[in-house]
Design a protein around this ligand. Structure first.
Ligand SMILES: [Zn+2]
Ligand SMILES: [Zn+2]
Ligand SMILES: [Zn+2]
Length: 162
């Protein structure tokens, strides 16, 4: 199988479990990579993981403020950058927002399905697709730096309600 489902669309569930696992994964990942997961970075991570919907930088700043913590915006942006670089969260370019990664312990190029109705996001890793695109790029003498595949539409739940 060349496709791994990293995060499916989720129905109702106890999201605390997801949050706890995300923090645990982040601690392990940072430990093994010698990266420093500061309190602020951890708090920003928890805010991104507030749900399975992408969070904008503005939402994160707002969330930090609700904690009674008000860092200068560049500090929060740097924390977001750190989390992206560490592979703990992904940036959803088409929404200018961030989503937590459910499997940060391996480096991956993933593809995203984004529901325009409920905003939830599913993440898959289709290595055959990535390979194919890299080959197409090479055939054109092009060196890809970054690959962004974001597909907008309706999730199964929202489709049923149409
Ligand atoms: Zn959850
Ligand atoms: Zn991921
Ligand atoms: Zn939906």
């Amino acid at each position: 199988m060349s496709t791994i489902i990293i995060a499916p669309f989720r129905g109702p569930h106890d999201h605390n479990d997801c949050l706890e696992e995300a923090i645990r994964n982040a601690e392990e990942r940072c430990d093994s990579k010698g990266l420093r997961l500061t309190e602020l970075r951890k708090r920003v991570l928890a805010l991104v993981w507030k749900s399975h919907r992408p969070q904008r930088a503005y939402d994160i700043l707002q969330g930090l403020e609700n904690y009674g913590h008000r860092p200068a915006p560049p500090t929060a942006y740097r924390a977001l950058d750190f989390l992206v670089q560490a592979g703990l969260i992904h940036r959803i370019e088409s929404l200018n927002a961030y989503i937590g990664c459910a499997d940060p312990n391996q480096h991956h190029t993933s593809q995203f399905f984004i529901c325009d109705e409920c905003d939830t996001v599913a993440e898959i890793q289709d290595t055959a697709l990535t390979r194919k695109l890299n080959k197409n790029a090479n055939d054109l003498g092009f060196t890809p730096r970054d690959q962004t595949i974001e597909i907008h539409g309706l999730c199964e739940e929202c489709n049923k309600q149409e």
